[in-house]
Design a protein around this ligand. Structure first.
Ligand code: ADP
Ligand code: MG
Length: 438
């Protein structure tokens, strides 16, 4: 293998460590040297979303509302059902876990049976699976068998769950995280049944806490379920840049070597994440990935340029799979927008997209959708954040869309689409007639 082919072998090793890698590849186990490279992390896990910090700053009010309600469980009473809302990365899951951990610890200490159970409804996303998961979580060693993964009628699973709760007694705090996901997919039967649990229970008690990233998710609920669930709502507002700085600072103290961050790194990560929508996840990702970037370069200092590189990588990592998995027709429409732009156009109109789309379909033998359907596909691309399609008034000529792509500069969208489907490679290979603008 010559050095050039090694450089492009896809291992992703940056050029700076290339020399070291060449020696290693020739002389021994490829992990020897990497293991000896000095790490800028004390503990990378601290910077992951799943890490639960010992203190949660800037969420005192939310913690208080939750704990004032859940303290009822420690008294053997039924806490109110609750809905927690807020954008992604607002700390809903972390705050809930933090409060529940303390609730459980207190329960054990004062010998009260309190059982918080958290279910992530993005992963466990049907009524059957949530009920069987709850039932199996409560399974004691002598209570074989497990509720099967599928196959029982739902009401049998529900009865089994009630039986197990009764046998154990105590107060159950059932937390349905990312509930909006399940409701949109499977309707509100689960919530209807779970908020009705207390009428089936004699010895045990239960309350339900729904956590949603979508503020409007209650629109999907039957009014009866809505009123039973939303006895108490808590809204988690997005963090501002200063709050994110403090959150990151605390994590950095635990997770990253002292002096490894140049002064402007945390402020920049926080400002970028605050722009995004006050998302603490995004801020943590930026800090972790920029430190990884500095580390791979064998740099002892994480600098602003590493944050910029991290931002670009994260953006690409998120958008690439979205582009790759677009349906074929959707890809052709996006290609038509790009072909117009390559021709120097800005504020492209639906008609101009359709004009290219029509030629492309004919050239590559794809069925042709109506202009209305294509207009729908344009709106979809807008929703996915790949283009902007703003409706503007044209006075007495009615309204029209102004379409512009908003793909990251450093992402080779044409190649991603072409590699994912040969039809799209053909679309880009042709030349097109363009509509003339008046
Ligand atoms: P959400 O559930 O609202 O999407 P998370 O609770 O998952 O957000 O929070 C995302 C990440 O940010 C987690 O790693 C969490 O520990 C961290 N985080 C959020 N809010 C805080 C806070 N107030 N203090 C410390 N860490 C926080
Ligand atoms: Mg969450």
């Amino acid at each position: 293998m010559d050095s050039d082919s090694r450089k492009t072998s896809g291992c992703g090793y940056p050029v700076v460590v290339k020399d070291a890698m060449e020696t290693i590849i020739m002389s021994g186990n490829i992990f020897d040297e990497i293991l000896t490279l000095k790490s800028l992390f004390i503990n990378k896990e601290v910077l992951r979303h799943s890490y639960l910090p010992n203190t949660m700053i800037h969420r005192e009010e939310e913690i208080e509302s939750l704990s004032f309600n859940l303290v009822e469980a420690l008294k053997g009473h039924i806490p109110s059902n609750m809905i927690l809302y807020g954008v992604t990365g607002a700390g809903k899951t972390a705050v809930t876990k933090y409060v529940c951990k303390q609730l459980q610890e207190k329960g054990e200490k004062i010998d009260r049976k309190v059982f918080p159970v958290l279910v992530n409804c993005r992963q466990i996303d049907t009524q059957y699976r949530v009920l069987s998961h709850l039932g199996n979580t409560l399974l004691e060693e002598f209570e074989a068998p497990d509720i099967p993964f599928t196959g029982w009628p739902t009401d049998r699973v529900f009865k089994e769950l009630v039986k197990r709760m009764e046998r154990r007694g105590g107060v159950y705090v059932i937390i349905l995280d990312e509930i909006d996901h399940l409701i949109k997919k499977a309707g509100d039967d689960l919530l209807y049944n779970l908020t009705n649990l207390n009428s089936e229970l004699n010895d045990a008690r239960a309350c339900v806490i729904g956590i949603s990233n979508d503020l409007k998710f209650t629109d999907y609920l039957d009014p009866r379920v809505r009123s039973r669930l939303g006895q108490q709502d808590i809204i988690f507002n997005p963090y501002n840049a200063e709050q994110l700085q403090e959150i990151l600072h605390d994590r950095a103290v635990e997770g990253i070597e002292g002096n490894a961050l140049s002064q402007d790194v945390i402020p920049l990560c926080s400002a970028l994440a605050a722009q995004e929508h006050g998302d603490a996840r995004c801020a943590l990702d930026l800090l972790r990935v920029s430190t990884e970037k500095a580390e791979k370069e064998s740099s002892e200092l994480v600098e602003k340029r590493h944050v910029r590189a991290a931002q670009a990588q994260i953006e690409c990592d998120q958008i690439t799979p979205v582009i790759r998995t677009l349906p074929t027709q959707q890809k052709i429409v996006l290609a038509a927008v790009m072909i117009n732009e390559n021709n120097g156009l800005k504020n492209i109109q639906t008609g101009e997209v359709f004009y290219i789309y029509k030629q492309a379909c004919a050239r590559v033998g794809q069925s042709l959708l109506s202009a209305r359907r294509v207009s729908g596909l344009i709106s979809n691309l807008d929703m996915l954040g790949l283009i902007t399609a703003n409706t503007v008034s044209k006075g007495r000529y009615g309204r029209s869309k102004q379409i512009n792509s908003c793909l990251p500069d450093n992402l080779d969208v044409k190649t991603i689409m072409a590699n994912s489907e040969s039809v799209i490679a053909d679309v880009f290979a042709h030349s097109y007639k363009h509509q003339s603008r008046l």
